[in-house]
Structures are given as structure tokens and as C-alpha cells.
Write a protein that binds this ligand. Structure first.
Ligand code: NDP
Length: 435
């Protein structure tokens, strides 16, 4: 069974104690309930705040100094327009059609929701290229302005919020007859009920995790790049680097699409507001904020800085990809050599051995370290004028530190003394010799 990375996010997990292993039925803690009540209000406001600061306040954090300034900030929250709604629904339907109709390799993956395994048709790589082919054709024929998304960023953001909330309500409604979920109150909306909900054989979580949001992030990035060209007649090196790094990151995700089937999100996280909103709003509209900033604030990078950023991003990518591939191959064939040598194995009672050499012998999540290096390169490309452009790396560090602890607790429960032996053998959580 392949296993690797999710480029999607469970952003809100930073603030949430989801209780026992997230997919299970334990009652949510008080902290979890508090998060479920507050985050669906606070997080959308945070995204608006970040966007307004980076887009229209010179990239500086807006600090309202009076009630009037606060009201004016709130008034700047864009309303969804009918045009943005049409665009969003067209995009959403197009991506859904690609997932439903394009051919793809069929893979059966073991899932807690279905011990016999769930079948997935993996056509993400084809959907990725089909999207770009259609996008390029529409632009080439003059039927679509490449800056359309950049021009409607705010209205699209508001529309995406509404769709994410509506979908979360639909997910609650789907399980209205199931008593075990009704008892969970607001947590049922926030964390969701079902692990792998489907309509027919259309897997909702696989779709939301990757298609509209993740590809949407890249399409937004490219539109912002086109906008910079329209405004300045040139594209800055910083914008080019950020967009190229991020598009490559997502393309790589689709190239290794099968890997998502064994990620925490797909296997253990229920589908509720947290994932829906994260996938449809947080990923496309927060991960593209570097490009939003660079649109009006092109950063001049010296040749040395460009090379440095490319080296940092490449080092991060190689670390991230190598670690994920090593685990993936190990899960498929536990005897396959790691760096030319027999793998160091820790046997577990469940029969699922642990890899304790190669990247997995350096730290218990070297893949997270690689991901963080890439995120750092994206932020550094925005220069040092505005601290807010570093929001992504700060948030992402918190997310992965928290996620590592959640995963550690999960593995300690699943593997018992074998996990303790692994912890002794590999004491570093994420960064070798540091943390
Ligand atoms: P991992 O892919 O690291 O998976 C952790 C799981 O791997 C454990 O639950 C366990 O699962 C298995 N495992 C752990 N240690 C070992 C070992 N030594 N040998 C064999 N198996 C082991 O975690 P995630 O799913 O959280 O993340 C996947 C990727 O997604 C990462 O690269 C991360 O950086 C990226 N990511 C990106 C985000 C973004 O927003 N861009 C957000 C979150 C993650 P089991 O027991 O089932 O085998």
C-alpha cells in the first residue's frame, strides 16, 4: 500500500484537540467543543484579514486604532458576486466531472471505514493536465482573461466560504438518521461524521482534498502572475519563483497521487467543516497569499538570492520526496534496500513493521522537515519588508509540530512497545539533532 504526503491541510488541527484518534467515536473534549464553536467564525475572518493586509495595506498588518477603523475594515470584506458564484460553481463542477469521468488506475486501499478496502480511480495527474490544457485553450482563444481570478479574488473567497459551509451542512444532513453521530453536537459539523463519504462511487474526501482547492491554488497563482504582467509589463523574479515552486509542489502531488490514500487526512480524519473549509478556502486563498503580496510589491532578488532560494526549495523537495518515497516503498516491500543497504526494521505486534533507517532513521518525520524548508523558500522570496508574508511558515510549523504529536500518540497506541523502541532508536521528532 502506497503511503506518502497530503498537500492538503488540516489547518484547524493546530487549535483543536480532536479527542481520541480523529476518526474514532470518542466524545470531543471541552477544548474541542470550544474550537468547534469559535474557529468557523474566527478562521474565515483571519483569511479576510490576511488578504486585506497583504493586498491593500502595502503588505503590513492592519491595526485598527478606533471603532470606526474597525468598522471600515469589516466593511472591506468582499461580498460574493453572482459572477464569482458562477465562476466558482463552474470550476467546482468541472473538477468534479474530471474526477468522475476521466480514466484512471484503480487502486484498493485499506480504510478504517471499510476493512475490505475502498476502491479509488486515480486520475488526478490526467485531471491536472486537462485543467491546464483547457485553461490555456480558453486564454489562447480569448474566451478567458488570464487575470479573471486575480480580479475577482475577494468575491471568489467569499463564495468559497459559502460553499464550504453549505457542504459541511450537507455532510451533517447525510447522517441525520444515524444516532451515534447526533450525540456529538457541534463537533459533528466541525469535525464531521463519516470517514470516507461517497455519492455512488464518487469519493467526496478525495475530491475535496485535492481537486478544486489544490488545483485552484495554482490557477489563482498563475492568474496573479498574469495580473502582474498586465500591470507592469513584466513579471518579477520573486513572483516567478514563488509560482514555479508552488505549481511544481502541486504537480508533484498529482504525479504521486496514490500516496494520498495512506495519509492521515484520508485514513483518519472525518470529513466535516474542518477539512471542507480547509480544502476549499484555506489552501487556495491562504497558500496563494505570497503571490497576492508580490503582485503589488515585486521584490528585486539578486542572482545569488535566486540561486539560494532554488537550492533551499530543491533541498526541501528532495528531503520531503525521498522520505515519503522511502516509506511508500517500504510499505510495499519491507525488504527493499534503503540507500543500498538492507532496511533496519522494527517488528510490531500488528505485523506492520516500522522502518528505522534511511530518512526514517534520521528523524521520525523528516518529510515534515523537507516540507518546511520548501515553505521557508516561498516566504523568503517575498523579502524582508513585511513580517506578514512569513505567516505561512509560522502557521505551517505550528501545524506540523502539532500534527507530529498527534501522529506520535496515534502510533504509540497502534504499535505499543515497538513504537517506544522506535522512539529510542530515533529520538528526533522532525529536525535531526535539533527537535
Ligand atoms: P506521514 O506521511 O509521515 O505519515 C505518518 C504515518 O506513517 C504514521 O501514522 C504511520 O502510519 C506511518 N509511519 C510513521 N513512522 C513510520 C516508520 N518509521 N515506518 C513506517 N511507517 C511509519 O504523515 P502525514 O500524512 O501527516 O503527512 C504526509 C505528508 O503531507 C508530509 O510530507 C507532510 O509534510 C505533508 N503535509 C502537507 C500539508 C500542507 O498543507 N502542505 C499538511 C499536512 C501534511 P501507519 O501506521 O498507518 O503506517
Amino acid at each position: 500500500m502506497k503511503r506518502s504526503e497530503a498537500a492538503s491541510t488540516t489547518f484547524a488541527e493546530v487549535a483543536v484537540d480532536a479527542g481520541p484518534a480523529a476518526g474514532s467515536l470518542g466524545q470531543p473534549s471541552r477544548q474541542g467543543r470550544f474550537a468547534a464553536l469559535t474557529l468557523p467564525i474566527l478562521l474565515p475572518l483571519l483569511v479576510y484579514y490576511l488578504w486585506l493586509s497583504l493586498d491593500s495595506n502595502g503588505g503590513a498588518a492592519i491595526i485598527p486604532r478606533s471603532g470606526a477603523e474597525l468598522i471600515s475594515l469589516v466593511r472591506n470584506i468582499p461580498t460574493p458576486t453572482p459572477f464569482a458564484a458562477v465562476m466558482f460553481i463552474a470550476w467546482f463542477s468541472f473538477q468534479a466531472a474530471l474526477q468522475a469521468l476521466l480514466p484512471g488506475r484503480r487502486v484498493v486501499a485499506p480504510m478504517a471505514s471499510n476493512p475490505g478496502g475502498l476502491e479509488y480511480r486515480l486520475n488526478g495527474w490526467l485531471a491536472w493536465w486537462t485543467t491546464w490544457a483547457c485553461f490555456s485553450a480558453l486564454v489562447a482563444f480569448g474566451w478567458l482573461s488570464p487575470t479573471l481570478l486575480a480580479d475577482n479574488f475577494g468575491a471568489l473567497l467569499s463564495t468559497a466560504n459559502i460553499v464550504a459551509f453549505a457542504l459541511s451542512v450537507y455532510l451533517v444532513w447525510r447522517t441525520r438518521h444515524k444516532a451515534q453521530w447526533r450525540s456529538r453536537g457541534v463537533d459533528r459539523f466541525f469535525m464531521g461524521s463519516e470517514l470516507n463519504p461517497r455519492i455512488g462511487d464518487f469519493d467526496l474526501k478525495l475530491f475535496l482534498e485535492a481537486r478544486p482547492g489544490l488545483i485552484g491554488w495554482c490557477v489563482l497563482d498563475v492568474s496573479l502572475l498574469a495580473k502582474q504582467y498586465e500591470l507592469n509589463g513584466a513579471v518579477s523574479a520573486s513572483m516567478l519563483l514563488v509560482v514555479a515552486f508552488q505549481v511544481f509542489y502541486v504537480a508533484d502531488y498529482f504525479f504521486h497521487e496514490e500516496a494520498i490514500l495512506s495519509t492521515w487526512d484520508i485514513k483518519h480524519e472525518r470529513l466535516g467543516w474542518m477539512l471542507c473549509w480547509g480544502d476549499l478556502v484555506w489552501v487556495p486563498f491562504v497558500y496563494s497569499l505570497q503571490a497576492v503580496y508580490l503582485l503589488h510589491h515585486p521584490v528585486a532578488l539578486s542572482p545569488l538570492a535566486i540561486v539560494g532560494l532554488m537550492v533551499l526549495n530543491s533541498a526541501g523537495y528532495v528531503t520531503f520526496r525521498m522520505a515519503n518515497l522511502q516509506k511508500l516503498r517500504f510499505r510495499q516491500d519491507p525488504s527493499a534496500p534503503i540507500w543500498g543497504r538492507p532496511p533496519e526494521i522494527i517488528k510490531t505486534p500488528s505485523g506492520n513493521p516500522l522502518l528505522a533507517s534511511g530518512c526514517w532513521g534520521m528523524s521520525r518525520h523528516l518529510n515534515y522537515f523537507g516540507d518546511l524548508l520548501m515553505g521557508l523558500a516561498w516566504c523568503l522570496a517575498c523579502g524582508f519588508d513585511q513580517p506578514l508574508v512569513y505567516f505561512y511558515i509560522v502557521f505551517f510549523t505550528l501545524l506540523l509540530v502539532h500534527r507530529e504529536r498527534r501522529d506520535d500518540a496515534h502510533c504509540a497506541g497502534a504499535y505499543g512497545t515497538a513504537w517506544e523502541a522506535y522512539r529510542r532508536r530515533v529520538p528526533w521528532r522532525i529536525v535531526p539533532w535539533v527537535y
